[in-house]
Design a protein. Structure first.
Length: 494
């Protein structure tokens, strides 16, 4: 029977601990910030802020390592409808045995686990959006506080928009860290990293397929998934990898959160890609890997709602702005070992669609439909994501093949008329989905119509467009296929 080791954090002010095996780390001054989980779970006596009304607390975290499985446990507390409610979500990291050596740097792991707790807390904090947020288990520098204020504010941009929250960033949230715990200096040991390995988060859609296909023959790929579903596993299998090659994260939300939502708690979109970002650091740390290749494209930078005074972007944590700030954050507060970047940042959605069209082996297994993922991992055929992907592929895949992929000709679905207007800039806002730019959508349609007669929902669309606009859209199509965005962190050797 394997032995399980529990660690929570280094003592405040303790000396750094290098990479060591679990058995070597015993007795080196690791302390728990609260008792290990019992029937009473965690206690709430870590920080006394009686003079401040604080309905939300990040009470604590801990992690355990059992062979090749690391599990992180969290405790958050919110004040809802006149009472305290505790949440206990978990994250489980399953390291592929082929990359597991049982040797870790516990300081770095501890910092990643803590920061994952900060981003996980967003899902629970948003139920009440209380201004004061106590971080009872860790200190934060002023720069860290500003970084987290940005993520909470802009990462919840869609949430604020839909819930009519109009406050500015400074009044949205205030953090109270615990100075009892020192802020560790970032540790790096780049000499021991495997430079030819690349972690690739796989979501089951066309983007990560392109990244895997272009890199798998030149590098040792570690597919990475969170709460894997059938499209993710099928895409990974089609790429030639087995289950034993995959780094798996099982994310378990506390079911009490759903009960609060049923009772009227605030709800809405959270910056999931920020969770992917910090989880990918853990994958890099546990596999001794440096490079993490995301598949976020240039068009993620376009806001969902045009607003000169704010950033309302469904894809904020996929943007270059987030990628840039995240890189600075982990290098300053966790480690300079990692190299987090988006492999597709330099190109457009149209170019990605063209590249994907060259991999017909994925046509029957890839999925990008969030609605359909809850209905048996299908293309629902009625949502903005389905229509957008369909339009992106129209210039590159014959109509009969597209119909087979999606189960129907989406252009003949009258229910998608308003969605088309939103995707093409003929409505006030874009859909709150991970979709490309207005220009990309219009260019793809223009290219399709240059070779096909308009049908279905394209007829009213054409009626709303000026002839000069459609000509320009067609010109833009060629330009977008050849466009290169120099604002990226793609390593030169790739």
């Amino acid at each position: 029977m394997s032995k399980k080791y529990y660690f929570c954090s280094l003592k405040s002010g303790s000396s750094s601990v290098g990479r060591a095996s679990a058995s070597q780390a015993e007795g080196r001054g690791f302390e728990t910030r609260f008792p290990l989980f019992t029937d009473n779970r965690m206690t709430d006596n870590l920080l006394d802020k009686e003079n401040v009304e604080v309905p939300f607390k990040y009470i604590g975290y801990q992690f355990s390592i059992d062979d090749n499985v690391l599990t992180a446990y969290y405790n958050f507390r919110v004040f809802f409808n006149g009472k305290h409610v505790d949440f206990y979500p978990t994250l489980q990291f399953i390291i592929p045995q082929k990359y597991f050596d049982g040797i870790f740097d516990y300081q770095r792991i501890d910092e990643i686990v803590f920061n994952l707790g900060m981003v996980e807390s967003i899902s629970y904090w948003k139920t009440t959006c209380q201004h004061d947020f106590i971080v009872a288990c860790h200190d934060l520098s002023e720069n860290q506080i500003e970084w987290w204020k940005d993520l909470f504010y802009y990462g919840l941009g869609e949430f604020r928009y839909k819930n009519n929250i109009t406050t500015d960033k400074d009044n949205f949230i205030k953090f109270y860290p615990n100075p009892k715990y020192s802020i560790p200096k970032p540790k790096s040991d780049g000499s021991s990293l495997f430079v030819n390995k690349i972690i690739i988060p796989v979501g089951g859609g066309k983007d990560s397929v392109v990244t895997m296909e272009e890199l798998k023959n030149r590098h040792d790929i570690i597919p990475f998934v969170i709460n894997p579903n059938k499209p993710m596993r099928d895409c990974i299998k089609t790429a030639g990898f087995s289950d034993d090659d995959v780094f798996v994260v099982n994310r378990q939300l506390d079911p009490v959160l759903l009960k609060l939502n049923e009772q009227g708690a605030l709800n809405g979109h959270t910056p999931f890609s920020a969770i992917v970002a910090f989880c990918s650091l853990m994958a890099a740390e546990m596999t001794n890997t440096s490079m993490i290749a995301l598949s976020n494209e240039e068009s993620a930078n376009e806001s969902t709602v045009a607003n000169n005074n704010d950033i309302i972007n469904h894809q904020y944590s996929k943007t270059f702005a987030f990628e840039s700030s995240f890189r600075k954050y982990y290098k300053k507060y966790i480690s300079t070992n990692y190299n987090y970047f988006s492999y597709l940042r330099s190109i457009t959605e149209l170019k990605i669609a063209e590249k994907f069209s060259h991999y017909p082996q994925y046509y029957k297994v890839f999925r990008s439909c969030n609605v359909g993922s809850k209905q048996g991992n299908i293309w629902c055929g009625n949502c903005p994501k389905c229509l957008f992907v369909y339009i992106m592929l129209m210039p590159f895949i014959p109509k009969d093949e597209l119909t087979e992929i999606f189960g129907s000709n989406l252009l003949l679905n009258d229910n998608l008329q308003e969605t088309l207007f939103q995707l093409t800039g003929l409505s006030e806002t874009k859909p709150f989905e991970c979709v490309g730019t207005v220009k990309e959508t219009r260019a793809a349609i223009a290219k399709y119509l240059s070779e096909n007669e308009p049908e279905g929902i394209l007829v009213p669309y054409i009626a709303k467009c000026k002839r000069s606009e459609t000509v320009m859209d067609l010109i833009q199509f060629g330009a977008m296929l050849n466009h290169y965005n120099a604002s990226n962190f793609i390593p030169e050797k790739l």
